[in-house]
Design a protein. Structure first.
Length: 354
């Protein structure tokens, strides 16, 4: 049990990212000092939105330069912090070199950050942003889970360097985190394991796998239909709140599946129809599985036949009772999440009405 002092600074790795930006905002709004560790604090396009948030909030924001692949580089940002949020990790579903582009930064980065936690005496708790991807690979794994839904007890055993390497990177990184925490007893570890994160971006122009999916839904590529591919969805603002609660709830313990809805890719598009359907070429119906099997591999390298077989027309099921009961989390409606996310892309001129 760790009581974290809100007058002490808090470190956030990858502070400029889609998820982390909302967490930084949540902390600053609370009046907390945030040590924001980013790759390049001189890159205004990546951090201006955080500077703007800091301007109108109670907390103080300080930037530090750090890289997951550079050993010890997070130490300066960690000094004086009781609470460390480790969110930085590459999130790409299609990469050239999975070992170099995903596994090394995810795994070595986690070791690097947690090794520094071992060396910085002020640290009492580390919250790692893991993923439901560390629990399952394909929707079929969730259906086949004991009880018919994934729980925090389970680990991903089906991803590899060759199949869904992003999921593999998150599995290896989270396992490494649990291994490192067990070797000492000054700080404890809590993991937040979100499903697919959606919702409004604070920096809509930054590259993001979540936003790319939304652009695919709204940009016309799916106007003939979308695959009914089982997926869990959670609002980015709820993910930030879950991180906040994981940090400041003394009793928080272990892993937390953080997911608002057992949903599917088609539903993510159709909930947008009432508000945006008349102006944007959104999907209205499910693509037949045989067609997805045929064209999927041509549109996206990760969309292999095996992937389609194990995900399309298969529901996604997670048991979220742990986070609801222990951290008192509740989740926004899917429609609100999708509409707010889409509206930002429209307002920023990224998606244009027909
Ligand atoms: P994002 O916007 O792409 O943010 C990723 C962050 O990691 C960025 O700040 C990025 O810095 C940083 N990063 C990547 N490689 C780095 C390196 N070598 N050194 C230092 N920093 C590095 O992704 P996100 O969606 O917010 O994801 C944040 C976390 O949530 C990740 O751990 C991800 O696995 C997890 N997650 C995401 C989802 C989702 O659906 N989005 C779901 C479950 C879990 P740059 O901006 O400099 O590249």
């Amino acid at each position: 049990m760790k009581q974290i002092d809100k007058t002490k600074p808090v470190m956030v790795t990858g502070a400029n990212g889609y998820v982390a930006s909302w967490l930084v905002k949540r902390l600053l709004d609370e009046g907390i000092t945030v040590h924001a560790a980013v790759r390049n604090p001189a890159n205004k396009a990546k951090i201006q939105h955080l500077l703007d948030i800091a301007e109108s909030s109670k907390g103080e924001l300080k930037f530090f330069k750090a890289d997951l692949l550079s050993s010890g580089s997070y130490k300066a940002a960690m000094e004086g912090c009781e609470l460390v949020y480790h969110t930085a990790s590459p999130f790409f579903l299609e990469v050239k070199n999975p070992q170099k582009d995903l596994i090394e930064p995810a795994l070595n980065g986690t070791s690097n950050v947690l090794q520094s936690a071992n060396e910085v005496d002020s640290v009492k708790r580390v919250v790692v942003t893991s993923s439901c991807a560390a629990i399952y690979t394909d929707a079929i794994d969730t259906v086949n889970a004991p009880g018919g839904a994934i729980t925090e007890e389970l680990w991903n055993t089906t991803s590899s360097l060759d199949y869904q390497p992003y999921s593999y990177s998150k599995t290896l990184a989270e396992k490494k985190a649990w291994e490192i925490v067990q070797a000492q007893d000054r700080w404890d570890l809590v993991t937040i394991n979100p499903s697919f994160v959606m919702g409004p971006a604070l920096n809509a122009h930054a590259p993001s796998e979540s936003l790319s999916t939304l652009k695919t839904l709204g940009g016309g590529d799916m106007k003939m239909g979308a695959p009914k591919m089982g997926v869990g969805v959670v609002d980015v603002r709820d993910v930030a709140e879950a991180h906040f609660k994981a940090g400041y709830t003394p009793e928080a313990k272990g892993r937390y599946i953080t997911s608002g809805h057992n949903s599917d890719f088609l539903e993510m598009g159709t909930v947008l129809l009432p508000k945006f359907g008349d102006r944007f070429p959104l999907p209205k119906k499910a693509l037949p599985k045989w067609l997805v099997m045929l064209v999927g591999p041509l549109t996206n390298k990760a969309f292999t036949r095996t992937f389609v077989k194990k995900n399309v027309n298969i529901p996604w099921k997670a048991d979220t009772s742990k986070i609801r009961n222990e951290l008192g989390m509740s989740f926004r409606p899917l429609r609100e999440t999708m509409e707010d996310a889409f509206q930002v892309l429209v307002d920023e001129g990224i998606l244009k009405a027909k």
